[in-house]
Design a binder for this molecule. Structure first.
Ligand SMILES: *Cc1c(COP(=O)(O)O)cnc(C)c1O
Length: 396
């Protein structure tokens, strides 16, 4: 008989009743150190006092009003995002997937309104992830996500990740936009080199194509800049965010410059919940904390500390791990052993980590993780690595 929850996830037998900072607690009191953070969602950890305060204060005043009316919390958050980024304008969504939908629509509408309605193609890259809607799976194009869901939304061209020559050859007059994650998340924590991102920007400038960045996972301070593309010194035309921006409250956004957004006139897009007062009150509180030089400096300091310790772990367990990769506190351990074995052993050590493609274990701690918690996480990873080694030895 089919379970009452549609079984699209193979879930671990873990269930939490409470969260405190970097910790998740089971009913029996077992405390897990959380290096998954809801897959880069709980950027400020669990139950951060400023977010609890923002949410409860708004909950007592007003939960929801339609976008038919002015929403001051939404306006305030849009102003903060515009002030802190390349963007001139923002549309709020409830998820990364919805942000992908609008980014694709916005790019196509731009060319439609500018006399080139045949410019509909979006170039995307192997290993990418852009959400689970029909546009999102067509954009990523991997068989794992698209199989059985055809006919797929047309107009996506898939290229190898980081291949400048292939991109150059594909940039013809049918291309509306290039869509890329500056750091692939689901694809296995694969950072796009700064030179590649610059090269993409140049090719877009030469052909007029719009550059869309998917910063749903790598944005909002995760890499040590507010947005990951800042490391490369370039600006996108359109950017998708979600995950960390709500700190655990469902919230996403599409940021755009004036040119890219110019086709999106009244009536061309909408959302019932997108940008509602509760979500935007929380998002505003997240921005107030994350978008400060002091906070981002701390992310960078802790990222360097964690990376150095992880390099030591990899060197000490060459049969389990191959390399550390990533940017900031978006880190991946490329494994030699099965990544699922490492994730399971970490669970046994009361440590939460997340598998990704390419046999990688993802470490996406709350950006507020402390130095002591980083040391504790490494001790638990050490325990997990030893357990995986013992298992492997036992199997020989
Ligand atoms: C998670 C993710 C998405 C999809 O976001 P949802 O909120 O799950 O819809 C899209 N792009 C990237 C890069 C992601 O990591």
């Amino acid at each position: 008989m089919i379970p009452s929850v549609l079984p699209t996830y193979s879930r671990a037998p873990l269930s939490f009743v409470k969260g405190e900072g970097s910790w998740l607690i089971e009913a029996d009191g077992r405390r897990f150190l959380d290096l998954g953070a809801g897959i880069a969602v709980n950027a400020l950890g669990h139950a951060h006092p400023a977010l609890v305060e923002a949410l409860t204060r708004q909950a007592q005043a007003l939960w929801h009003v339609s976008n038919l009316y002015q929403i001051p919390q939404q306006q305030a958050l849009a102003d903060k995002l515009v002030d802190a980024s390349f963007a001139d304008t923002v549309f709020f969504t409830n998820s990364g997937t919805e942000s992908c939908e609008l980014a694709v629509k916005m790019a196509r509408k731009y060319w439609y309104e500018n006399g080139q309605p045949e410019r509909v193609n979006i170039i995307t890259f192997e290993g990418s992830f852009h959400g689970r809607s029909s546009a999102g799976i067509a954009a990523a194009g991997s068989e794992k996500m698209t199989k059985g869901f055809g006919p797929l939304l047309p107009g996506f061209i898939h290229l190898p990740f980081g291949d400048h020559e292939a991109l150059k050859a594909a940039m013809d007059e049918t291309v509306a936009a290039v869509l890329v994650e500056p750091v692939q998340g689901e694809g296995g924590i694969r950072p796009l080199p700064d030179a590649c991102l610059k090269g993409m920007r140049d090719l877009c400038d030469e052909t007029g194509a719009l550059l869309i960045l998917d910063e749903v996972q790598c944005g909002m301070g995760r890499t040590g800049k507010l947005f990951a593309h800042e490391w490369a010194g370039i600006e996108p035309d359109i950017m998708m965010v979600a995950k960390g921006i709500g700190g655990g409250f469902p919230l996403g956004a599409v940021l755009a410059n004036e040119r890219a957004a110019s086709g999106m006139t009244a009536g061309s897009h909408g959302s019932t919940y997108g940008g509602n007062p509760l979500a935007c009150a929380v998002g505003g509180a997240v921005m107030d904390i994350v978008a400060t030089p002091e906070f981002l400096a701390e992310v960078n300091r802790k990222a360097a500390l964690m990376r150095q310790k992880l390099e030591g772990l990899v060197a000490a367990h060459p049969d389990v791990f191959e390399a550390v990769r990533g940017a900031g506190l978006m880190l991946g351990l490329k494994c030699k052993a099965a990544n699922t074995a490492v994730v399971g052993a970490a669970y046994d050590a009361e440590l939460l980590v997340v598998p990704a493609a390419d046999n990688v274990v993802r470490l996406l701690p709350p950006l507020t993780i402390t130095d002591e918690e980083i040391s504790e996480a490494l001790a638990r990873l050490e325990t997990a690595a030893c357990a995986v080694e013992a298992e492997t030895a036992g199997a020989d």
